[in-house]
Ligand binder design. Structure first.
Ligand SMILES: Nc1ncnc2c1ncn2[C@@H]1O[C@H](COP(=O)(O)OP(=O)(O)OP(=O)(O)O)[C@@H](O)[C@H]1O
Ligand SMILES: [Mg+2]
Length: 254
């Protein structure tokens, strides 16, 4: 049976799209059938980050009732299948997010794993994306504002009867200013699925219009994303331990 993961957050700019792209790319590289869907209807970035900002048929057209979802699936040069959203404000205003549930139903017939990259906040489109999925993954940074917003999303997802798989903590820095991991874990109430370090390779990968797991496979962020992806789909996979990962283990963070 297909599984739909929704990558959501609460606070904006925490690394949802980066996470969605890299989980999809990693799952695809494990030879699994996956489709990455840009369900951030108002400020979509999947197409922008992957070099497909404008496509003839997008999710926006599907949600406007003008096209079928099968027509909006594109294959990125890396092999990952994506469904981008339109950047047009005019089209965006005509979109009906209620149709996401039907789109999800159809997508289940064409892929084993579907990843929704959601918008920030707790507005209608973010909530509709959560409602259309099965397993909710919350992305947060190690900062109080991000964690408190993540908790709100967690409650909304639980109120909708969704399974909250856990939190991926991204952009973890070594500057001593991050929220202590033990505090973060205590506040979050759900498992931490992975810890992604702050890594320059991530921004480079956006410039290169590809996932960091492809552009910089040996980078710290890539290793961390591959590990989370393997864990999510239950793939027996062991990364050769990096210095970052060793450090996390010593700090009790993995
Ligand atoms: N691990 C990382 N290391 C360094 N930079 C990162 C990392 N993850 C994300 N970024 C950077 O953070 C910024 C925000 O990332 P991203 O667009 O993925 O966040 P988002 O949560 O999807 O944002 P939005 O809420 O606007 O949709 C980008 O500039 C991205 O390059
Ligand atoms: Mg985004």
């Amino acid at each position: 049976m297909s599984r739909i993961f929704v990558i959501t957050s609460g606070k904006g700019g925490v690394g949802k799209t980066t996470t969605a792209i890299n989980l999809a790319a990693a799952i695809n590289s494990f030879n699994e059938d996956v489709i990455l869907v840009d369900s951030n209807l108002t400020t979509p970035n999947v197409g922008v980050y992957l070099g497909a900002p404008i496509v003839p048929v997008s999710l926006t057209h599907v949600l406007m009732g003008k096209a079928d979802i099968n027509e909006a699936v594109y294959e990125h040069e890396s092999g990952t299948k994506i469904v981008p959203c339109s950047l047009s404000v005019k089209e965006m205003e005509k979109v009906n997010p209620n149709r996401l549930v039907d789109v999800a139903k159809k997508l289940r017939k064409i892929a084993d794993y579907i990843i929704f990259d959601s918008s920030a906040g707790l507005g209608d489109e973010a909530v509709k994306a959560i409602d259309a999925g099965d397993e909710i993954i919350i992305v947060a940074n190690p900062e109080l504002a991000s964690v408190t917003d993540a908790l709100k999303t967690l409650k909304i997802a639980e109120n909708l009867g969704k399974e909250v798989k856990g939190v991926i903590v991204t952009r973890v820095k070594k500057d001593g200013l991050d929220m202590p991991y033990s505090n973060l874990k205590e506040m979050l109430e759900v498992p931490v699925l992975g810890v992604i370090p702050e890594d320059k390779s991530v921004r480079k990968s956006h410039v290169m219009k590809n996932a960091v797991v492809h552009t910089h496979p040996k980078s710290k962020a890539s290793r961390a994303y591959r590990e989370v992806a393997a864990k999510l789909i239950g793939k027996p996979y062991v990364e050769k331990e990096s210095i970052f990962s060793k450090m996390l283990r010593k700090l009790g963070m993995r």
